[in-house]
Design a protein around this ligand. Structure first.
Ligand code: GTP
Ligand code: MG
Length: 151
């Protein structure tokens, strides 16, 4: 089953939005298979955002990501990469629809509270950057037969 990397950034953690954000993914029917609170080093943040290294905001972005605890998670489910991004909303909270996480809970692009992988390859790379394989669990959740309608 598809997996994606989702992180609540230091602003989301500091603002007490962990439960609110987890709840949105849980209620949708996605399954949490890995979770930990980490303070990434700047070097680690640069690795995570390596594809943005030419952008003018890169240094500030990496300083910010490494400025405090980040809640790193792996979520599993059918279409979770693309739909996870829908739940999150547009990069700039001014353009995120109401009802999305950034639309409801954030105001500016530099403090948009959450990260989500943007594709299959990125998801694989980010999961292996943030998690050791043994930190992820394989289990059948009780609700799966009700979410997917399989026996
Ligand atoms: P992530 O899920 O965090 O990767 O966001 P995204 O995929 O919606 O956007 P992208 O990967 O293009 O940018 C990564 C992060 O850089 C964003 O979440 C923002 O926090 C930040 N960012 C993107 N564009 C800007 C910008 O124009 N100015 C500033 N200050 N930050 C930006
Ligand atoms: Mg991105």
């Amino acid at each position: 089953m598809e997996r994606t990397f989702i992180a609540i950034k230091p602003d989301g953690v500091q603002r007490g939005l962990i439960a609110e954000i987890i709840s949105r993914f849980e209620r949708k029917g996605f399954k949490l298979v890995g979770i930990k609170l980490v303070v990434p080093s700047k070097d680690f943040a640069q690795k995570h955002y390596h594809d943005l290294k030419e952008r003018p905001f890169f240094d500030g972005l990496c300083d910010f990501l490494s400025s405090g605890p980040v809640l790193a998670m792996v979520w599993e489910g059918e279409g979770v990469i693309k739909y996870g991004r829908k739940l999150i909303g547009a990069t700039d909270p001014q353009k995120s629809e109401p009802g999305t996480i950034r639309g409801d809970l954030a105001v500016v692009v530099g403090r948009n509270i959450i990260h989500g992988s943007d594709g299959l390859e990125t998801a694989k790379d980010e999961i292996s950057l943030w998690f050791q394989p043994e930190e992820l669990v394989n289990f059948t959740s009780n609700s799966e037969k009700w979410v997917y309608g399989v026996n």
